[in-house]
Design a protein around this ligand. Structure first.
Ligand SMILES: [Cu+2]
Length: 237
């Protein structure tokens, strides 16, 4: 092996050797959601690490999908790096829309028919709450991060963030039924070395959460939706 290759390999090895796994568990408390209360389903909490100094390495922008199917957005929580384009294919036999007027990134796909898709590129980090302008019950969240060190909890509340280089990080948490204040209170600084880091239990309270019906994209209450066959003439469900 020639010296440039040897240097290259040793550099890669040293970088790999310093990358650690950060893991832990999230528990949801004071919830009124039956999935949480009865089944202890602690999924869909997003945990990520922001470097305290400097910027995290950029993740290559990619394309992701959020389906419109059965009058739902699937997945309900989507985590993407900044610069990602999200497609919203409409797999239902009725018209749909996707919009957000929240602070993360306002957008509006317009109304679009079955079998077609719309796409939006998310150019800055933040929490983007997504709705459909026809169906008030449809909602989803797109979490746009600047850092690649991110994970989503499974049903048990477990998460694992792999390949984290040594350094100091701010742990941040998002849960759709927790207030911004309570999530900010959960932030903490951690130091990652070469070893696996096990974080103490993260307890996310839903106590201050008030489920207020959201408005449509005009900022008004949703009118009674037309029957599906009216929304898409000729197609009955
Ligand atoms: Cu819809």
């Amino acid at each position: 092996m020639t010296w440039p290759w040897r240097t290259c390999f040793s550099l890669i090895w040293s970088v790999c050797a310093l990358a650690a796994t950060v893991g832990g568990r999230v528990e949801l408390a004071e919830s009124r959601d039956p999935q949480v209360r009865r089944h202890r389903n602690f999924s869909d909490v997003v945990v990520w690490l922001d470097p305290v100094r400097g910027e995290a390495p950029r993740t290559e922008p990619r394309t992701a999908k959020m389906l419109q199917q059965g009058k739902r957005f699937i997945p309900h929580i989507l985590v993407i790096p900044v610069g990602t384009t999200v497609e919203f294919p409409n797999l239902d036999p009725i018209f749909h829309n996707a919009f957000s007027n929240f602070s993360g990134q306002p957008f509006d796909t317009g109304l679009y028919p079955p079998g077609t898709t719309q796409k939006i590129t998310f150019r800055r980090d933040g929490i983007v709450r997504v709705f459909c302008n026809i169906h008030s019950t449809m909602s989803a969240v797109i979490v746009v991060t600047k850092t690649p060190y991110v994970a989503v909890t499974d049903r048990r509340g477990d998460f694992r963030i792999e390949g984290v280089p040594a350094g100091d990080y701010q742990v941040r948490v998002f849960h759709e039924r927790a207030t911004e204040e309570s999530l900010r209170a959960l932030e903490r600084k951690i130091t990652v070395g070469e070893e696996t880091v096990g974080l103490p239990l993260i307890r996310v309270s839903e106590s201050g959460y008030l489920e207020v019906p959201h408005k449509n994209k005009y900022g008004r209450d949703y009118p009674e939706p037309p029957p599906d066959h009216m929304v898409y003439p000729g197609v009955r469900r």
